[in-house]
Design a protein. Structure first.
Lengths: 162, 162
């Protein structure tokens, strides 16, 4: 049985780091420095503004996501999330389940929309998944991501109302 | 004679705050909390990632802007800026001069493009100015800004290569 639950800061750190570290080090999908230390990666994922959840299958963490306000002030009604799935759990609907959970949680917190600021266009699986969940590409940032193997590629801004 | 020069952190604080505070308190153009204290506003404008400049006319500060990387990692080649002009100096080309300065400075620092993430659509003067300086609207964020008088209005993502 998989449940999506709030991350327990200390107890889940090792499992979350095991998911987050390879993704950030590869640097193919997140516009985040590729040389962060373990502590810096955890500080990033558990930033004060982030509400962090994990996908927990009988004690095994298969994925994690954070939810935050994308902007402050006049932009505080739009949410933002980042999702990561453990390599061994790819293709099993974990990211979809986390995104659905996040849409529900964001609405519960009073957000009116969700925005992804920088979906790397070469991350086709993610683009298709977000589209299948109602997100639209509302902007294309030309050459805005320096991919380690593909060079400069476009990123998308994706958006959906809640 | 107006020159655009790096801000001197302590000496320019009062003049910068006199420009920044009313803009943030009005909350019509920046997606930033409207209730920041003076210290919080200065901390925001002088964030560690910000390179801050002022437009200085014979000792009178008419405007200020910051330059930063819009993202880290694979997005670190795209710059971002925020500009503010003193109310008494509106319509005199100060914002245009600061933007031109920032484009030059960003190129000098090795950035390959500049992106504005959240240009409030009701800020027509800014939209037109950025367009006249080569920026294109590459995305529209529907209802992404809660304007204090107009309600939910669109924001634009604007982008230009350097």
């Amino acid at each position: 049985m998989m449940q999506i639950r709030p991350a327990a800061a200390a107890a889940d750190h090792a499992a979350i780091l095991a998911i987050v570290a390879p993704v950030l080090r590869a640097g193919e999908t997140y516009a985040v420095a590729r040389d962060l230390t373990d502590d810096q990666m955890l500080s990033y994922w558990f930033a004060p503004s982030h509400e962090v959840f994990v996908a927990d299958a009988d004690g095994t963490i298969l994925g994690t996501y954070y939810l935050m306000a994308n902007q402050a002030g006049g932009g505080a009604h739009v949410a933002n999330c980042g999702y990561m799935t453990a390599p061994a759990a790819q293709g099993k609907g974990i990211a979809r389940a986390m995104c659905l959970h996040s849409l529900h949680r964001a609405a519960e917190r009073g957000f009116r929309a969700m925005q992804f600021n920088h979906v790397v266009s070469t991350n086709g699986r993610a683009v298709a998944l977000w589209q299948s969940l109602g997100f639209e590409i509302v902007g294309t940032l030309p050459g805005a991501f320096a991919h380690p193997t593909h060079g400069f590629v476009d990123s998308y801004v994706m958006f959906r109302a809640l």
